[in-house]
Design a protein around this ligand. Structure first.
Ligand code: NAP
Length: 260
């Protein structure tokens, strides 16, 4: 399928590793020039070089914290009028909500709700003027099926999902779509770190914990980030203009429901 994306430009946030990187790579493989961000410059430059070498597209790396006004300004300066915006940032830490102060909640809301909304606000009128825009928010399976220890993630991401549900219906007539990708367990650094912490707490080997995660899924495995990138490409493709305000769960069937 020709996705119609060759020559387009994407801003992919939090993309030196993991799911963001997979989205940037998959878009680049379709001929999309990408601007990628992350806080750590070294890993970001390495990823930029890897994507350039693999695809030949133009890749610009902008180091900075996307959850800050300065980080967003730097990203937008490098990519003021993208055709595609992939919103992503690190997830909030786990814990007991009794120990979370207002500042903890504000940080979670900044990262997982307000930052994507600010970036959407900055680029959406340009997309409307062009008659083409694709916005994909990386959220979490926790939006559909809350994870008890990840209360801040459950709350902040649900707030983004509600906002996007309304906005997506206002802009769809301009061929600008906003959809959310909801990852279940994908084998990224974050999943490895979570598994390591769980393994230490349970006195198990990290590979055993990862195998248990894999077995818990109807698919019998954890997800490959490349599969996530491919889903992102599909939502960004020229053919996806009728897919509006959806929440696509990629979890190997772990969410048990007759209908999504
Ligand atoms: P990851 O492997 O840890 O990668 C995170 C990427 O985001 C890195 O490139 C990191 O680089 C960058 N980043 C983090 N915070 C940033 C910030 N404030 N500004 C700019 N860049 C930032 O994580 P992942 O597994 O891909 O997860 C991506 C998102 O999906 C997270 O929100 C996570 O909670 C969610 N999620 C993941 C899974 C999963 O199984 N992997 C499941 C459910 C939800 P720097 O650290 O250098 O900034």
């Amino acid at each position: 399928m020709d996705t119609g994306l060759k020559g387009k430009t994407a801003l992919v946030c939090a993309a030196s590793k993991g799911l963001g990187k997979a989205c940037a790579m998959a878009l680049a493989q379709e001929g999309v020039n990408v601007v990628i961000t992350a806080r750590g410059a070294e890993a970001l430059e390495a990823t930029a070089a890897e994507i350039r070498a693999a695809t030949g597209v133009t890749v610009i790396a902008v180091a900075g914290d996307i959850t800050t006004p300065e980080g967003r300004a730097a990203a937008l300066a490098a990519c003021p009028n993208p055709d595609i915006l992939v919103n992503n940032a690190g997830g909030p830490p786990p814990g007991d909500f009794r120990s979370w102060e207002r500042a903890d909640w504000i940080a979670a809301l900044d990262a997982n709700m307000l930052t994507p909304i600010e970036l959407i606000k900055s680029v959406i009128d340009g997309m409307i003027a062009k008659g083409f825009g694709r916005i994909v928010n990386i959220t979490s399976g926790s939006v559909k099926s809350p994870i008890a220890t990840l209360g801040m993630s459950n709350g902040a991401r649900a707030g983004l999902t509600g906002f996007v549900g309304g906005l997506s219906r206002q802009v769809a007539k301009h061929n600008v779509t906003i959809n959310n990708l909801l990852p279940g367990p994908f084998l990224t650094d974050r999943l490895r770190a979570n598994a390591k912490a769980a393994a230490e707490a349970a006195g198990k080997d990290v590979d055993v914990v990862l195998m248990e995660r894999a077995k818990a899924s109807p698919a019998g495995r954890v997800g490959d980030p490349a599969e996530f990138g491919a889903a992102c490409v599909f939502l960004c493709s020229a053919q996806s203009g009728f897919i509006v305000g959806q929440n696509l769960l990629l979890d190997g069937g772990a969410f048990n429901a007759t209908m999504g």
